[in-house]
Design a protein around this ligand. Structure first.
Ligand code: ADP
Ligand code: 5GP
Length: 196
């Protein structure tokens, strides 16, 4: 009997407001059933409309630190004053079942994943300009002015890491064009793992 092919782990990064969530939603719509999203744990407070267990597992700092000590995370990092981490056992069990997994994480965590799982596929989403990034972040209307500034300040440092990713995609004025590039990466990488 042939061994079960493992799923492909995709790691998505890009500055806050660049459109990661939007592109992710399109990918999940098209490839529903083949790819799962790993819900992260965070110490950040939920935004309006966010659901515990769907958007994040919202936990206290104490709980988060306990999970770090238990080695429960595939990676974890601090971003804009809050802790974020990827639950390890969930991701590993999906990959073992042949299901592809997408992580949407910031750059320090992505570097940790590449280090421990070099076979993972990393994609960095770039904005067409910092002005447009600010425009999108403000347009989304989910953050306070202070948080917007904090996130914009982080964006330069994050963009400086883009070259260390396997793929870079600019989400410019045309969302469909960026999506076509992302879908090509997905198909190329998953067909490699699942030959016909
Ligand atoms: P992220 O998940 O990276 O923080 P979002 O997916 O929430 O970003 O997108 C931020 C905002 O930008 C949203 O309001 C979204 O509708 C908008 N947006 C996403 N892609 C584009 C695009 N190509 N052109 C214009 N607006 C976009
Ligand atoms: P937000 O607060 O906007 O939801 O997320 C802030 C940043 O944290 C984003 O860049 C997001 O991709 C990242 N992030 C979300 N979950 C995780 C995670 O589990 N680990 C790491 N390292 N970053 C995460």
């Amino acid at each position: 009997m042939q061994a079960q092919k493992k799923g492909v782990l995709f790691v998505f990064s890009g500055p806050s407001g660049v459109g990661k969530g939007t592109l992710k939603a399109k990918l999940f719509e098209e490839f529903a059933g083949q790819i799962a999203y790993s819900v992260s744990a965070t110490t950040r407070a939920p935004r309006e409309g966010e659901v515990d267990g769907k958007d994040y597992f919202f936990v206290t700092r104490q709980e988060f630190e306990k999970r770090i000590a238990n080695n429960d995370f595939l990676e974890h990092a601090q971003f804009a004053g809050n802790l974020y981490g990827t639950p390890k056992s969930y991701v590993m069990s999906l990959l073992d079942q042949g299901i592809n997994v997408l992580l949407e994480i910031e750059v320090q965590g992505a570097a940790q994943v590449k280090e421990s799982m070099p076979e993972s596929v990393s994609v960095f989403i770039l904005p067409p300009s910092i002005e447009e990034l600010e425009h999108r972040l403000r347009g989304r209307g989910t953050e306070t002015e202070e948080k917007i500034r904090e996130r914009l300040a982080a964006s330069g440092r994050e963009i400086a890491c883009a070259q260390s990713y396997d793929y870079q995609i600019v989400n410019g004025g045309d969302l469909e064009q960026a999506y076509r590039q992302l879908r090509r990466v997905y198909l190329d990488q998953t067909q490699k793992a699942y030959p016909n």
